[in-house]
Design a protein around this ligand. Sequence first.
Ligand SMILES: Cc1ncc(COP(=O)(O)O)c(C=O)c1O
Length: 395
Amino acid sequence: MADFNLDREIDRRATPALKWRPMVLGPDGDDLFPAGVADMDFAAPPCVLEALEQRLDHGVFGYEAVPDGLFPALIAWNDQRHGWKIDQDHILRSPNVLNALAIAATLFTDPGDGIVVQPPVFFDFFDLIRENGRRIAANPLILNNGRYEMDFDGLERLARNPRNRMLFLCNPHNPVGRVWTRDELRRVDDICRRNGLLVVSDEIHGDITFAGSPYTPFATLGQAAAENSITCLSPAKSFNIASCCSAFTVVADDARRHAFQAENSRLTVNKNNAFASVAMEAAWRGGGPWLDAVLDYIGRNLALVRERLDGQTAVTLIEPEGTFLVWLDFRALGMGPDDLTAFLRHKAGWAVTRGAAFGPGGEGFARVNIACTRVRLGRALDRLSRAIAGHLDTL
Ligand SMILES: Cc1ncc(COP(=O)(O)O)c(C=O)c1O
């Protein structure tokens, strides 16, 4: 496997990196483990950096069309990597995934309608639904012997209510790391189609899965599933270019796609950003070996977490099948959300995302981003062990 020197520490304080802001602002200075925001501490793939340098060298950045090669690069990537043959005519560009979700919600549901979410789930879903005047219809996941499963009966019940019109599917699922299987997705598709629920599938983490847990694009379930869904894609996570890319929606149903396109025009969100386009095309064309190396590195980081938490009774790793986020169960400590956050921050030096932010079922958990150097992760795990030992001593 090619060596991309992922062990190199890069000082992200030199940029306004969101993930590192608590470190800049926090009382503990650089002593905290920055593991909240879902991006990686690694430099983008060399092929992306080279393409950006070339574009920068050109020096002229006037108005541009979307480069001809961009959509074909997206299509080739998804075909080769996931066996998903996307029709170029079905692809629309959006500024980011959350924008695409908001447009889908406002176009295809009415104010007051319910949008089904399956917490614990990406917290921005909740705000987005509320801020757009829709209602959250929660179908909590079930934690069964350390593995999260969908509550299909619950989904069926919510889907039967005609005021619930849409499902926000998170595939793979942030924060619990499930990579939904084809069978699970088939059941979702069946329930949603029988009950007239439109599936909006957020597949931003689709490229980041571990061996044995392949990502199934929802739209590959078949023509009917594709036509009853809108898929949101982005290379942001896969190549660590979140501040330098856009997102894409795949909409197979003609009427919905035309409506989506018209809304994009109305909101004038169609302008090309030269750097984003160049970065994305380069990533999809040449970033495969880099992503493979990153997946291998994250897999080893995960092994380190597993090894270090093995035998700990205070914290349990929920084994992820994908994403670079781990979901840790601290319920054995018996702390409320504020106390747990304070404990992790002030005793262990961890700046993580509190589980309660992910909705019902998240209390007592924390989401920890492990896309960092192994040395940094190892130090953080040492501090956690010491903090837990210290806490247990006081009981
Ligand atoms: C599931 C999920 N969807 C969407 C986003 C954000 O995507 P974007 O920055 O393109 O809006 C994230 C970022 O963490 C995410 O985890």
